[in-house]
Write a protein that binds this ligand. Structure first.
Ligand SMILES: [Zn+2]
Length: 495
């Protein structure tokens, strides 16, 4: 028996009594991970399937090595080993192959007719030009470069600003959201007066104001399997700043099919991840996470929260890796996964290997094109309108009337405690979504039930869970507490 420290990541800590590290004894990795799950039953279904197999959406490392390459659960332990559980996290905030002589696109093939730098450019980039690793030749590469940012949110905002400042010639931006007040805590492209405006419009103005030499190409649309290859194709590097698993897998798959590097970053609460996926030279995202976690186990940034500076930091690291790729300098993050913990101010690095059985990037790949990503991730198609959701909904005004009737429904607030403190419906019972499956006995069987969250996303997932567990007559408050605050009780804050 050896004593090993098991590192529990933030998304799973709530299911392990809040501990970030637990020291356990065992002779193999499987023994300590299963001991951890036994001691924390709520954690078990996050790590293991109903059949007791380790989920493919959770990767386990022994020190800096993936256990899939060390005999899986049978990997032997010695004293002082560190076992890290690394779940897929989505938070942030889409052909034919273009062949170059060496099998990859050559974004920076030199044009003989390229114009010289203007006096203004020489001054603007003087701190780069004096670096021998960049110089005039490197700066030209940046001016010729085209970078696509998927998402102009927490990760995309700092990445866009620094890439433009550095002199990247063209930045494509994919985003269809409008600026919300709650974005401003981290999305530094936008100001208070931008609230309500389309992000992409404001981002283009702001980035081009920073550097008129950078052209911003806006894509005010959702990245889908239908448009992804066309949108990604003209770009040299793809920066994934998306905030959901369907888009992450879509970006990865399109980048692999088009043979482009995918600079990956994601954030959750106080923790971030960074890597570069480039199937030509190393693993892809699917090599690391063959499948997404089940949707009911995935909290989004909106519900889990995120430290505002964290996407700033990870987004700037994504910009750093992008510049290195464009310049052909330094040691890239291909095959390496960086884990950052802001609370401990700790950077850790793990090795990511190419999965010899990867369905997408291995020689025996079975997937030759893009697929249905919402279905693959088990989530409702975001492109489908609210009327197409299968979960029944109740309008705020109708709920108010029902609450005043002789038979008021039992109302469950599935948000987090911090959100409950911002404001809640008077008759509501707080059961955060992640505790729901453990606290079903607090919900009266046979009663009319209404679930709500901030806008309706979490409560829809929670309603599905209740329906699966045999509850009937469950509805979701349409638009969540924000709609209630707008239409029924204006004394409640919207957030
Ligand atoms: Zn792969």
């Amino acid at each position: 028996m050896a004593k090993a420290a098991v590192k529990v990541p933030a998304p799973l800590r709530g299911f392990a009594g809040g501990a970030s590290e637990v020291v356990l004894e065992g002779s193999t990795v499987g023994e300590v991970v299963r001991a951890l799950a036994r001691a924390n039953p709520a954690l078990e279904r996050h790590l293991f399937t109903a059949e007791g197999r380790l989920r493919t959406s959770v990767t386990i490392y022994l020190n800096d090595q993936d256990i899939r390459f060390l005999g899986r659960e049978g990997a032997p332990l010695k004293d002082g080993d560190i076992v890290s559980i690394v779940p897929a996290i989505a938070g942030g905030a889409p052909a034919p192959r273009r062949k170059a002589p060496h099998g990859r696109p050559r974004p920076n093939a030199k044009s003989s007719r390229e114009r010289a730098f203007s006096r203004e450019e020489l001054s603007r980039y003087s701190r780069h030009l004096s670096l021998p690793e960049i110089g005039v030749a490197g700066q030209r590469k940046l001016r010729r470069a085209k970078v696509l940012l998927v998402g102009a949110g927490g990760l995309g905002a700092p990445a866009a600003l620094y890439l433009a400042a550095a002199g990247v010639g063209e930045i494509g931006l994919v985003d269809f959201d409008s600026v919300e007040l709650s974005n401003l805590q981290r999305q530094v492209l936008y100001t208070t007066s931008d609230v309500g405006r389309p992000k992409i419009e404001r981002a283009k103005e702001r980035v081009e104001a920073l550097n008129p030499g950078t052209r911003v190409v806006p894509y005010p649309q959702r990245l889908t399997a239908q448009n992804a290859l066309d949108i990604l194709r003209p770009y040299d590097v793809i920066v994934d700043g998306s905030d959901n698993f369907p888009t992450r897998y879509l970006v990865n798959d399109a980048a692999v099919l088009l043979r482009k590097p995918d600079v990956y970053g994601s954030v959750f609460r106080f923790e971030g991840q960074l890597s570069v996926f480039d199937a030509e030279r190393g693993p892809c995202y699917r090599c690391l996470y063959p499948e997404p976690p089940p949707p009911e186990l995935v909290p989004s940034c909106a519900e889990a929260g995120v430290l505002g500076v964290l996407p700033g930091l990870i987004g700037i690291l994504q910009a750093t890796e992008t510049l290195k790729i464009l310049l052909g300098r330094g040691t890239s993050m291909v095959g390496r996964l960086l884990l950052f913990d802001a609370l401990g101010l700790e950077f850790r690095e793990l090795k990511v290997r190419k999965n010899p059985r990867c369905v997408l990037c291995s020689p025996r790949a079975s997937q030759k094109g893009l697929i249905d990503y919402p279905a693959f991730c088990g989530v409702p198609d975001p492109a489908a309108g609210p009327s197409e959701r299968v979960v029944p909904q109740v309008e705020p005004e109708a709920l108010r009337a029902e609450l005043r009737s002789h038979e008021p429904p039992f109302v469950v607030d599935v948000r987090g405690r911090g959100e409950w403190e911002i404001g809640h419906l008077p008759a509501a019972h707080l059961i955060p979504k992640e505790e729901l499956s453990e606290r079903l006995d607090e919900i009266p069987r046979g009663a009319k039930l209404v679930l709500y969250c901030r806008t309706g996303v979490r409560s829809t997932a929670a309603t599905r869970l209740l329906l699966d567990r045999g509850f009937e007559n469950v509805r979701v408050l349409r638009g969540g507490i924000n709609a209630w605050a707008e239409r029924v009780d204006r004394s409640l804050p919207q957030y």
